[in-house]
Design a protein around this ligand. Structure first.
Ligand code: CO8
Length: 258
């Protein structure tokens, strides 16, 4: 099994943990792994109980990139005809929040996978990089695009053209990760963040995620309009009424996801 899914993570009914599981090759992202990952994520997307997904690897690596042994003799025709980017292009279609909990290496496709998630929480042992240039290639799933939007042109050039890794502190300083925590407590700390999100109104969480992601793809004016519409849309949910009434009645809100 290239992917291990733990629903009801730590007995929480709304949080699922998804673990990349090819430890011998530092969780290298083979096509099979990526296809299993996207299938697992869509199952969780369809599961009404699940509200937040945490994606992780192991202590040594989140993922050290696409599987080089699998890729080495590929031709562009192989990649096109076998639709090897299917999983990658479907990842942004997941509407539920996905948190990447990164310990160890997040390189090449591994860094790109983490960036495709909605936020990255890094252990203090994490290392991020786009080392494809060192093996005669270049990123193919966001290393020149998402990374540039996140950390800016000059730093993205530095990472992409030298292939050098940055540590967790630098990744935090550069805005790539939301939080750095001790590696030993990475999963607990990520669980606490997931718990906070899982306690919010799922419709509002979904619409907020969608709006933030839109900021990367549109002009400010269009993005503001999109945000306004999603804001209005929250007022069609029972959870908005419940959330605001609960505030006024000084009680805890009970959200149903409707
Ligand atoms: N693919 C396949 N196997 C890998 C990979 C990988 N990306 N990374 C590590 N491994 C394997 C090693 O070959 C080794 O296997 P074995 O024990 O059989 O020799 C095992 O994992 C352990 O690795 P190392 O012995 O090298 O461990 P070290 O601690 O010495 O080094 C490093 C760790 C620095 C992470 C090193 O393994 C390394 O440099 N790995 C390659 C990193 C890399 O270049 N990644 C980019 C790959 S290309 C890419 O991601 C393009 C993405 C495009 C989008 C996706 C399209 C489908």
């Amino acid at each position: 099994m290239n992917i291990i899914v733990e629903k009801n993570w730590d007995n929480h009914p709304h949080i699922a943990l998804v673990k990349l599981n090819r430890p011998k090759v530092l969780n290298a992202l083979s096509t099979d792994l990526m296809n299993e990952l996207i299938d697992a994520l869509f199952k969780l997307e369809d599961d009404k109980e699940v509200r937040v997904i945490v994606l992780t690897g192991d202590d040594r690596a989140f993922a050290a990139g696409a599987d080089i042994a699998e890729m080495v003799e590929h031709t562009p025709v192989d990649k096109i005809m076998e639709n090897r980017f299917r999983a990658w292009s479907q990842l942004p279609l997941i509407g539920k929040p996905i948190i990447a909990a990164v310990s160890g290496f997040a390189l090449g496709g591994g860094c790109e996978l983490a960036m495709t998630c909605d936020m990255i929480i890094a252990g203090d042992n994490a290392k991020f990089g786009q080392p494809e240039i060192s093996i005669g290639a270049m990123p193919g799933a966001g290393g020149t695009q998402r990374l540039t939007r996140i950390i800016g042109k000059s730093k993205a050039m530095l990472m992409n053209l030298t292939g050098e890794m940055i540590d967790a502190k630098k990744a935090y300083d550069w805005g790539l990760v939301a939080k750095v925590v001790p590696a030993e407590t990475l999963l607990q700390e990520t669980f606490e963040i997931a718990k906070k999100i899982a306690a919010k109104a799922p419709v509002a969480v979904r619409l907020a995620k969608e709006s933030i992601n839109r900021a990367y793809e549109t002009t400010l004016k269009e993005g503001m309009e999109f945000e306004r519409r999603n804001f209005y849309l929250t007022f069609s949910s029972a959870d908005q009424k419940e959330g605001m009434r609960a505030f006024l009645e000084k009680r805890e809100a009970k959200y149903t996801g409707r």
